[in-house]
Write a protein that binds this ligand. Structure first.
Ligand SMILES: [Zn+2]
Length: 83
């Protein structure tokens, strides 16, 4: 397939990660997510942390991502994006 895959931003990945881990993303979004992960060390680390959280807690909900944690992540993402 030679379908163009539009890139997603790190902040978009944060929004998609729970659905990704639940297998709830539509195929196109799933492909975009993995395409981003393949080229982004920061998001790879984030994804691994989320997987570890699920492994430890057995569940994952939006409530487990506190506003403070999300803000810190988004701050970190900006750092990654700038180099
Ligand atoms: Zn990223």
């Amino acid at each position: 397939m030679s379908v163009h895959i539009a890139p997603i931003a790190c902040r978009d990945l944060v929004e998609l990660v729970t659905d990704y881990l639940e297998g709830a993303l539509p195929p196109e979004q799933h492909a975009r997510f993995e395409n981003h992960i393949a080229g982004c060390d920061g998001c790879t680390t984030y994804l691994e942390q989320m997987r570890e959280t699920i492994r430890l807690t057995g569940t994952l909900s939006e409530q487990q991502i506190s506003p403070a944690a999300r803000a810190a992540l988004l701050h970190a993402f900006r750092g990654w994006a700038s180099g």
